[in-house]
Design a protein around this ligand. Structure first.
Ligand SMILES: *Cc1c(COP(=O)(O)O)cnc(C)c1O
Length: 404
């Protein structure tokens, strides 16, 4: 059982008003809110030990380096990576994916095949299309069904000895579907293909174990897990990270530089050119500590309760259709009101202080599949309440009355 009163007090933003109404924040799939514990870490960094890392012999630089590397270990433990140097700091999921896609440019040839899923975020489609253009590799797509689930039997037939890479998100940000990544990884490995899992939408809800999954790459952004924006991570198996060439050249990523030849630093520094988001990395660790202090089992159970409650109450509204009805899903409800544009619903909800996302959620292929311009998406976090869902339901009823 979660102590909601205590948890909500950790998030100062939840007490503010929007348009004269108490804020109801249901846009957690876009970015989560930040608890005071993480805000304090950010303030402490800039107040007490702001310095560049790995460079100075002076005390502040050493303190910043220590905290930054401690945070890397927190991330390592959280995802259960074997080595801390298998955790690469990036600016977020998008950066992590591009880093891997760029690296594979050197490893793929014409006729090789890459498999992505129909449920992907644009950040997990476009880099692969660019990679295919560069290398002559071919992109194949695992189709989806009306429930918003992947057609896994089709996936099995897409795999063959030319398959070099498979890219699937753990949980769809547009529909909330939890994909069967264990099966996807195991099957891909039978053909020697590497698997990258986009965990941006999964990490706020579940704690993945990258060694148990035997996944080759796992990526996420701190801002989806109560951390700050502009920082995230790439987990990669050591052997893969050694094989991939560096993404960006610059300071920190070299062993020795002359004009004739540069040798690269070891892991993780090979992929961390330039001054990173030091404070962000430290706050990322603090955010994981915070989430773990609440507990991912308790979070998942409570969010399931919110999902069930919200689904039931919203479906009582006549003419409301929910997209994404898999039995395996997280607390994301994507919906439309019959004959009403999602943007108009979102605008009225905003007037009532309710923050939802409207549009295609960076997943246009999914919207094309359902033949809709977009949806209204309410996504719940562990600090939301059933009372807030009641406010949403009343707001949607009001929007329906005003717009039909
Ligand atoms: C949010 C999200 C991304 C993009 O994350 P950025 O932090 O914007 O790089 C990618 N994939 C999924 C599934 C997401 O939810």
């Amino acid at each position: 059982m979660l102590d909601l009163d205590r948890i909500r007090k950790d998030f100062p933003i939840l007490t503010r008003e929007v348009n004269g109404k108490p804020l109801v924040y249901f846009d957690n799939a876009a970015t989560s809110q930040t608890p005071q514990q993480v805000i304090d870490v950010i303030v402490d960094y800039y107040s007490n030990y702001n310095a560049n890392i790995h460079r100075g012999v002076h005390a502040l630089s050493q303190e910043a380096t220590d905290k930054y590397e401690e945070a890397r270990q927190i991330i390592q433990k959280h995802f259960n990576a074997k080595h801390a140097h298998e955790i690469i700091y990036t600016s977020g999921t998008t950066h992590s994916i591009n880093l891997v896609a760029n690296g594979f440019s050197a490893l793929l040839k014409k006729g090789d095949e890459i498999i992505v899923s129909a449920l992907e975020h644009h950040s997990n489609i476009v880099p692969w299309q660019m990679l295919c253009e560069r290398t002559g590799a071919v992109l194949k797509v695992i189709p989806m069904n009306q429930n918003g689930e992947l057609e896994i039997s089709v996936y099995d037939t897409l795999l063959n000895n030319n398959t070099k890479l498979v890219f699937v998100n753990h949980i769809s940000n547009a529909l909330g579907t939890i994909n069967p990544i264990e099966h996807i990884i195991e099957k891909a490995h039978q053909f020697g293909a590497a698997v990258l899992i986009d965990g941006a939408q999964a990490s706020p809800h579940i704690k993945p174990d990258v060694q148990a999954l035997d996944v080759d790459f796992y990526v996420t952004s701190a801002h989806k897990i109560c951390g700050p924006t502009g920082v995230g991570m790439l987990y990669g198996k050591e052997a893969w990270l050694k094989k991939l060439p560096p993404y960006q050249g610059g300071g920190e990523m070299i062993a020795e530089v002359t004009f004739e030849k540069t040798t690269y630093a070891g892991l993780p520094h090979k992929f961390e050119a330039g001054t990173p988001n030091i404070c962000g990395g430290i706050a990322f660790g603090a955010a994981l500590d915070y989430m773990n202090s609440i507990g991912f089992n308790a979070i998942a159970n409570y969010e399931n309760e919110l999902l069930e409650y919200g689904t039931e109450k919203l479906l009582e509204i006549e003419g409301l259709k929910i997209y994404g009805t898999s039995k395996h899903k997280t607390s994301v409800i994507s919906f439309n009101l019959d004959g009403i544009h999602p943007y108009d619903v979102g605008t009225i909800l905003d007037k009532l202080g309710i923050a939802v996302r409207t549009g295609h959620h960076c997943a246009q292929p999914i919207m094309n599949y359902f033949n809709i311009p977009g949806t209204v998406r309410a996504s719940f976090a562990f600090y939301n309440t059933k009372a807030e869902i009641d406010v949403l339901v009343a707001g949607v009823k009001k929007a329906k009355m005003m717009l039909s």
